[in-house]
Design a protein around this ligand. Structure first.
Ligand code: ZN
Length: 388
Protein backbone atom coordinates (compact mmCIF):
# COMPACT_ATOMS: atom_id res chain seq x y z
CA UNK A 1 0.00 0.00 0.00
CA UNK A 2 2.47 2.63 1.11
CA UNK A 3 6.06 2.83 2.02
CA UNK A 4 7.67 2.18 5.35
CA UNK A 5 7.38 5.30 7.53
CA UNK A 6 11.07 5.42 8.29
CA UNK A 7 11.85 5.26 4.59
CA UNK A 8 9.26 7.90 3.81
CA UNK A 9 11.05 10.27 6.14
CA UNK A 10 14.50 9.00 5.23
CA UNK A 11 15.55 8.33 8.80
CA UNK A 12 17.07 5.32 10.51
CA UNK A 13 14.95 3.05 12.69
CA UNK A 14 16.59 4.35 15.83
CA UNK A 15 16.23 8.03 14.88
CA UNK A 16 15.47 10.38 17.77
CA UNK A 17 12.25 12.33 17.89
CA UNK A 18 14.22 15.44 17.04
CA UNK A 19 15.71 13.81 13.96
CA UNK A 20 12.26 12.71 12.87
CA UNK A 21 10.84 16.21 13.31
CA UNK A 22 13.75 17.65 11.38
CA UNK A 23 13.31 15.14 8.55
CA UNK A 24 9.59 15.84 8.53
CA UNK A 25 10.10 19.58 8.13
CA UNK A 26 12.43 19.03 5.17
CA UNK A 27 10.15 16.52 3.46
CA UNK A 28 7.04 18.57 4.11
CA UNK A 29 8.66 21.56 2.43
CA UNK A 30 9.68 19.40 -0.49
CA UNK A 31 6.26 17.82 -1.04
CA UNK A 32 3.98 20.60 -0.01
CA UNK A 33 1.25 20.71 -2.70
CA UNK A 34 1.55 24.48 -2.94
CA UNK A 35 5.22 24.18 -3.72
CA UNK A 36 5.84 20.91 -5.52
CA UNK A 37 5.15 20.35 -9.22
CA UNK A 38 5.21 16.58 -8.86
CA UNK A 39 1.97 14.90 -9.78
CA UNK A 40 1.81 12.81 -6.63
CA UNK A 41 2.99 15.58 -4.30
CA UNK A 42 -0.20 15.62 -2.34
CA UNK A 43 -0.14 11.88 -1.76
CA UNK A 44 3.50 12.05 -0.71
CA UNK A 45 2.80 14.97 1.57
CA UNK A 46 0.08 12.95 3.29
CA UNK A 47 2.43 10.01 3.70
CA UNK A 48 5.12 12.18 5.21
CA UNK A 49 2.63 13.70 7.62
CA UNK A 50 1.25 10.31 8.64
CA UNK A 51 4.76 8.93 9.10
CA UNK A 52 5.67 11.84 11.34
CA UNK A 53 2.50 11.52 13.39
CA UNK A 54 3.12 7.87 14.11
CA UNK A 55 6.85 8.02 14.70
CA UNK A 56 6.74 11.03 17.04
CA UNK A 57 4.14 9.39 19.25
CA UNK A 58 6.17 7.04 21.38
CA UNK A 59 3.36 4.59 21.91
CA UNK A 60 2.35 4.53 18.26
CA UNK A 61 5.94 4.13 17.25
CA UNK A 62 6.41 1.16 19.56
CA UNK A 63 3.38 -0.46 18.06
CA UNK A 64 4.54 0.31 14.55
CA UNK A 65 7.90 -1.25 15.28
CA UNK A 66 6.27 -4.30 16.82
CA UNK A 67 3.69 -4.91 14.12
CA UNK A 68 5.64 -3.87 11.10
CA UNK A 69 4.34 -1.54 8.42
CA UNK A 70 1.61 -3.58 6.75
CA UNK A 71 0.06 -4.95 9.91
CA UNK A 72 0.19 -1.54 11.51
CA UNK A 73 -1.58 0.13 8.59
CA UNK A 74 -4.19 -2.57 8.61
CA UNK A 75 -4.75 -2.28 12.35
CA UNK A 76 -4.85 1.49 12.03
CA UNK A 77 -7.70 1.22 9.54
CA UNK A 78 -9.68 -0.62 12.19
CA UNK A 79 -8.86 1.93 14.80
CA UNK A 80 -7.03 -0.80 16.63
CA UNK A 81 -3.88 1.21 17.07
CA UNK A 82 -5.74 3.55 19.34
CA UNK A 83 -7.49 0.82 21.24
CA UNK A 84 -6.27 -0.51 24.48
CA UNK A 85 -5.91 -4.09 23.39
CA UNK A 86 -7.18 -6.19 26.29
CA UNK A 87 -10.49 -5.12 27.69
CA UNK A 88 -11.40 -3.40 24.48
CA UNK A 89 -13.45 -6.28 23.26
CA UNK A 90 -15.61 -5.72 20.22
CA UNK A 91 -13.75 -2.63 19.19
CA UNK A 92 -11.96 -4.03 16.23
CA UNK A 93 -9.00 -4.99 18.34
CA UNK A 94 -6.02 -7.07 17.44
CA UNK A 95 -8.20 -9.95 16.37
CA UNK A 96 -9.46 -7.92 13.45
CA UNK A 97 -6.05 -7.42 12.02
CA UNK A 98 -5.22 -8.90 8.73
CA UNK A 99 -8.89 -9.66 8.16
CA UNK A 100 -8.81 -7.28 5.24
CA UNK A 101 -10.62 -4.03 4.69
CA UNK A 102 -13.76 -2.59 6.18
CA UNK A 103 -14.38 -0.26 9.06
CA UNK A 104 -14.26 -1.33 12.64
CA UNK A 105 -17.63 -1.62 14.35
CA UNK A 106 -17.50 1.94 15.66
CA UNK A 107 -15.86 3.67 12.78
CA UNK A 108 -12.65 5.52 13.31
CA UNK A 109 -12.17 5.67 17.07
CA UNK A 110 -8.96 7.53 16.67
CA UNK A 111 -10.68 10.65 15.44
CA UNK A 112 -13.12 10.79 18.35
CA UNK A 113 -10.31 10.34 20.77
CA UNK A 114 -8.31 13.09 19.19
CA UNK A 115 -11.23 15.50 19.05
CA UNK A 116 -11.82 15.10 22.73
CA UNK A 117 -8.32 14.91 24.01
CA UNK A 118 -6.31 16.91 21.57
CA UNK A 119 -4.61 13.89 20.05
CA UNK A 120 -0.96 13.02 19.93
CA UNK A 121 0.75 14.94 22.67
CA UNK A 122 1.04 13.35 26.02
CA UNK A 123 -0.08 9.87 25.10
CA UNK A 124 2.38 7.23 26.17
CA UNK A 125 4.05 9.69 28.52
CA UNK A 126 3.56 7.35 31.44
CA UNK A 127 6.34 5.17 30.12
CA UNK A 128 8.91 7.89 29.67
CA UNK A 129 11.70 8.67 32.10
CA UNK A 130 10.53 11.43 34.37
CA UNK A 131 12.49 13.78 36.58
CA UNK A 132 11.88 13.40 40.31
CA UNK A 133 9.91 15.91 42.32
CA UNK A 134 11.51 18.97 43.85
CA UNK A 135 11.78 18.76 47.62
CA UNK A 136 11.55 21.70 50.01
CA UNK A 137 13.21 22.35 53.30
CA UNK A 138 14.19 25.34 55.45
CA UNK A 139 17.48 26.53 56.86
CA UNK A 140 17.88 29.04 59.68
CA UNK A 141 20.96 31.23 59.80
CA UNK A 142 22.17 34.22 61.80
CA UNK A 143 22.44 37.72 60.40
CA UNK A 144 26.23 37.40 60.68
CA UNK A 145 26.05 34.36 58.37
CA UNK A 146 23.98 36.34 55.89
CA UNK A 147 26.54 39.13 56.12
CA UNK A 148 29.59 36.99 55.36
CA UNK A 149 28.05 34.08 53.53
CA UNK A 150 28.39 30.68 55.11
CA UNK A 151 28.70 27.02 54.37
CA UNK A 152 26.10 25.14 56.40
CA UNK A 153 25.57 21.48 56.96
CA UNK A 154 22.01 20.52 56.28
CA UNK A 155 20.58 17.20 57.40
CA UNK A 156 17.59 16.00 55.46
CA UNK A 157 15.61 12.81 55.32
CA UNK A 158 14.50 12.37 51.76
CA UNK A 159 13.34 9.70 49.36
CA UNK A 160 16.11 7.94 47.54
CA UNK A 161 16.35 5.22 44.93
CA UNK A 162 16.22 1.84 46.64
CA UNK A 163 19.80 0.52 46.60
CA UNK A 164 18.76 -3.14 46.65
CA UNK A 165 16.66 -3.06 43.51
CA UNK A 166 18.06 0.08 41.91
CA UNK A 167 14.60 1.63 42.09
CA UNK A 168 12.92 -1.08 40.05
CA UNK A 169 10.83 -2.46 42.91
CA UNK A 170 11.83 -6.06 42.26
CA UNK A 171 15.10 -7.85 43.00
CA UNK A 172 17.53 -8.12 40.08
CA UNK A 173 16.93 -11.21 38.00
CA UNK A 174 13.30 -11.59 39.02
CA UNK A 175 11.17 -13.44 36.50
CA UNK A 176 8.81 -11.19 34.65
CA UNK A 177 5.94 -11.56 32.27
CA UNK A 178 3.78 -9.30 30.18
CA UNK A 179 1.12 -7.57 32.22
CA UNK A 180 -2.12 -9.50 31.64
CA UNK A 181 -4.30 -6.43 32.25
CA UNK A 182 -2.91 -4.25 29.48
CA UNK A 183 -1.15 -6.88 27.37
CA UNK A 184 2.10 -5.08 27.93
CA UNK A 185 0.94 -1.72 26.66
CA UNK A 186 1.05 0.02 30.03
CA UNK A 187 -2.32 1.61 29.37
CA UNK A 188 -5.88 0.52 29.49
CA UNK A 189 -8.72 2.03 27.55
CA UNK A 190 -12.27 2.43 28.69
CA UNK A 191 -15.13 3.25 26.39
CA UNK A 192 -17.99 5.46 27.46
CA UNK A 193 -21.28 6.03 25.76
CA UNK A 194 -21.99 9.76 25.56
CA UNK A 195 -24.63 11.75 23.65
CA UNK A 196 -21.94 12.47 21.08
CA UNK A 197 -21.07 8.86 20.60
CA UNK A 198 -18.57 6.54 22.17
CA UNK A 199 -15.54 8.11 23.74
CA UNK A 200 -12.41 6.30 24.64
CA UNK A 201 -10.32 7.21 27.59
CA UNK A 202 -6.86 5.94 28.34
CA UNK A 203 -5.42 5.29 31.74
CA UNK A 204 -2.09 4.12 32.99
CA UNK A 205 -2.53 0.44 33.75
CA UNK A 206 -2.97 0.07 37.49
CA UNK A 207 -1.82 -3.49 37.55
CA UNK A 208 1.69 -2.82 36.21
CA UNK A 209 1.71 0.93 36.85
CA UNK A 210 2.31 1.62 33.21
CA UNK A 211 5.34 -0.58 32.85
CA UNK A 212 3.64 -3.27 30.80
CA UNK A 213 5.49 -5.93 32.75
CA UNK A 214 4.75 -7.63 36.05
CA UNK A 215 7.33 -9.30 38.25
CA UNK A 216 7.10 -12.46 40.28
CA UNK A 217 8.91 -11.00 43.28
CA UNK A 218 8.78 -7.69 45.11
CA UNK A 219 11.82 -6.00 46.63
CA UNK A 220 11.60 -6.45 50.38
CA UNK A 221 13.67 -3.36 51.14
CA UNK A 222 11.32 -0.87 49.48
CA UNK A 223 8.21 -3.11 49.29
CA UNK A 224 8.17 -2.54 45.57
CA UNK A 225 8.12 1.26 45.64
CA UNK A 226 11.68 1.50 44.41
CA UNK A 227 12.15 4.28 46.93
CA UNK A 228 13.59 4.27 50.45
CA UNK A 229 14.13 6.93 53.11
CA UNK A 230 17.59 8.37 53.12
CA UNK A 231 19.27 10.51 55.75
CA UNK A 232 21.56 12.84 53.90
CA UNK A 233 23.97 15.45 55.11
CA UNK A 234 24.43 18.17 52.56
CA UNK A 235 26.79 21.09 52.50
CA UNK A 236 24.90 24.23 51.54
CA UNK A 237 26.69 27.32 50.27
CA UNK A 238 24.72 30.29 51.54
CA UNK A 239 25.82 33.38 49.61
CA UNK A 240 26.58 36.66 51.35
CA UNK A 241 23.66 39.06 51.23
CA UNK A 242 20.92 36.43 51.25
CA UNK A 243 17.65 37.78 52.57
CA UNK A 244 15.11 36.22 54.85
CA UNK A 245 12.70 34.07 52.84
CA UNK A 246 14.91 33.63 49.79
CA UNK A 247 15.26 30.15 48.35
CA UNK A 248 18.40 28.33 47.33
CA UNK A 249 18.19 25.56 44.76
CA UNK A 250 20.45 22.53 44.96
CA UNK A 251 20.12 20.80 41.65
CA UNK A 252 19.55 17.07 41.52
CA UNK A 253 19.27 16.70 45.31
CA UNK A 254 15.51 16.13 45.28
CA UNK A 255 13.38 13.03 44.90
CA UNK A 256 14.60 10.27 42.60
CA UNK A 257 13.35 10.27 39.03
CA UNK A 258 11.15 7.60 37.54
CA UNK A 259 12.24 5.08 34.92
CA UNK A 260 15.80 6.36 34.95
CA UNK A 261 14.89 10.05 34.93
CA UNK A 262 17.11 12.52 36.82
CA UNK A 263 16.49 13.54 40.40
CA UNK A 264 14.48 16.65 41.18
CA UNK A 265 15.99 19.62 42.96
CA UNK A 266 16.16 20.51 46.62
CA UNK A 267 14.74 23.96 47.39
CA UNK A 268 16.02 25.47 50.61
CA UNK A 269 14.14 28.41 52.03
CA UNK A 270 16.52 30.46 54.13
CA UNK A 271 15.26 32.07 57.29
CA UNK A 272 17.50 34.77 58.78
CA UNK A 273 17.14 35.10 62.56
CA UNK A 274 16.48 38.52 64.05
CA UNK A 275 19.55 40.17 65.50
CA UNK A 276 19.43 41.88 68.93
CA UNK A 277 21.46 44.90 67.76
CA UNK A 278 20.63 45.35 64.10
CA UNK A 279 17.44 45.68 62.17
CA UNK A 280 17.66 44.91 58.47
CA UNK A 281 15.95 46.77 55.68
CA UNK A 282 17.10 45.22 52.42
CA UNK A 283 20.83 45.90 52.26
CA UNK A 284 20.66 48.61 54.93
CA UNK A 285 21.01 48.08 58.64
CA UNK A 286 19.59 50.15 61.48
CA UNK A 287 21.21 50.31 64.86
CA UNK A 288 20.66 52.34 68.02
CA UNK A 289 23.59 53.65 70.02
CA UNK A 290 23.27 55.25 73.45
CA UNK A 291 25.21 58.46 74.19
CA UNK A 292 25.40 60.51 77.37
CA UNK A 293 23.97 63.99 77.81
CA UNK A 294 27.45 65.62 77.91
CA UNK A 295 28.44 63.68 74.74
CA UNK A 296 25.34 65.03 73.03
CA UNK A 297 26.09 68.54 74.26
CA UNK A 298 29.81 68.73 73.62
CA UNK A 299 30.11 66.19 70.82
CA UNK A 300 32.38 63.15 70.94
CA UNK A 301 33.90 60.35 68.95
CA UNK A 302 32.02 57.19 69.89
CA UNK A 303 32.49 53.53 69.08
CA UNK A 304 29.70 51.99 67.06
CA UNK A 305 29.38 48.25 66.55
CA UNK A 306 28.86 46.94 63.02
CA UNK A 307 28.63 43.36 61.75
CA UNK A 308 32.28 43.74 60.83
CA UNK A 309 33.56 44.97 64.22
CA UNK A 310 33.50 48.38 65.89
CA UNK A 311 34.06 51.63 64.00
CA UNK A 312 34.35 55.23 65.17
CA UNK A 313 31.61 57.78 64.67
CA UNK A 314 31.99 61.52 65.24
CA UNK A 315 28.95 62.82 67.07
CA UNK A 316 28.86 66.59 66.64
CA UNK A 317 28.20 69.03 69.49
CA UNK A 318 24.51 69.73 70.02
CA UNK A 319 23.28 66.33 68.80
CA UNK A 320 19.63 65.66 69.61
CA UNK A 321 18.39 62.34 70.88
CA UNK A 322 17.03 60.33 67.95
CA UNK A 323 19.31 61.92 65.38
CA UNK A 324 20.53 59.45 62.76
CA UNK A 325 23.95 59.16 61.19
CA UNK A 326 24.71 57.17 58.07
CA UNK A 327 27.80 54.98 57.85
CA UNK A 328 28.16 54.40 54.14
CA UNK A 329 28.90 50.84 53.03
CA UNK A 330 28.65 49.42 56.55
CA UNK A 331 25.37 47.60 55.86
CA UNK A 332 24.76 44.22 54.26
CA UNK A 333 26.33 43.05 51.01
CA UNK A 334 23.89 42.89 48.12
CA UNK A 335 23.21 39.39 46.87
CA UNK A 336 25.14 38.81 43.65
CA UNK A 337 25.44 42.53 43.10
CA UNK A 338 28.19 44.95 43.81
CA UNK A 339 28.23 47.46 46.64
CA UNK A 340 27.12 47.17 50.22
CA UNK A 341 24.21 48.83 51.94
CA UNK A 342 24.57 51.49 54.65
CA UNK A 343 24.42 51.40 58.40
CA UNK A 344 22.11 53.97 59.98
CA UNK A 345 23.04 54.77 63.54
CA UNK A 346 20.38 56.47 65.62
CA UNK A 347 21.78 57.98 68.81
CA UNK A 348 19.72 57.87 71.98
CA UNK A 349 20.63 60.34 74.69
CA UNK A 350 20.43 58.43 77.93
CA UNK A 351 18.88 60.25 80.86
CA UNK A 352 20.85 59.26 83.98
CA UNK A 353 18.77 57.81 86.80
CA UNK A 354 21.44 57.13 89.40
CA UNK A 355 23.20 60.48 89.95
CA UNK A 356 25.39 60.88 93.00
CA UNK A 357 25.04 64.00 95.15
CA UNK A 358 27.91 65.77 93.42
CA UNK A 359 26.30 65.22 90.00
CA UNK A 360 22.95 66.35 91.34
CA UNK A 361 24.44 69.60 92.63
CA UNK A 362 26.21 70.18 89.35
CA UNK A 363 23.04 69.61 87.40
CA UNK A 364 21.08 71.88 89.74
CA UNK A 365 23.66 74.55 89.18
CA UNK A 366 23.33 73.93 85.44
CA UNK A 367 19.58 74.40 85.62
CA UNK A 368 19.79 77.52 87.73
CA UNK A 369 22.39 79.00 85.41
CA UNK A 370 19.81 78.60 82.67
CA UNK A 371 17.10 80.25 84.77
CA UNK A 372 15.28 77.00 85.66
CA UNK A 373 14.09 76.13 89.12
CA UNK A 374 14.57 72.46 89.98
CA UNK A 375 13.89 70.85 93.37
CA UNK A 376 16.84 68.50 93.40
CA UNK A 377 15.93 66.85 96.67
CA UNK A 378 12.60 65.52 95.46
CA UNK A 379 12.21 64.08 92.02
CA UNK A 380 8.85 63.38 90.46
CA UNK A 381 8.68 59.77 91.58
CA UNK A 382 9.81 60.55 95.03
CA UNK A 383 7.00 63.10 95.34
CA UNK A 384 4.49 60.47 94.27
CA UNK A 385 5.88 58.02 96.82
CA UNK A 386 5.51 60.66 99.51
CA UNK A 387 1.87 61.25 98.71
CA UNK A 388 0.93 57.67 99.73
ZN1 ZN B 1 13.83 -1.95 46.44
Amino acid sequence: MSEDFYEVLGVSRDASEEEIQQAYREKAREYHPDVSDEADAEEKFKQVKKAKEVLTDEEQRQMYDRLGHDRYVEADKHGATDNGGAGAGGMGGMGGMGGGGGQGPFGDMSDIFETFFGGGGGRGDSNRPRQGRDLRTTLEIDLEDAYRGVEKELNVTRPDTCPDCDGKGHPPGTDSRQCPECNGRGQTTTTQQTPMGRVQQRQTCRHCEGEGTVYEETCSTCRGDGVVREDASLSVEVPAGIEDGQTLRMELEGAPGERGGPKGDLLIEVSVRDHPDFERDGADLHHQEPISFPQAVFGDTIEVSTLDGAVELDVPAGTQSGETFRLSGKGMPRLRRRGDGDLYVQVQVVTPDDLNSEQKEALEAFAEAGGEEVDVGQGFFEKIKDSF
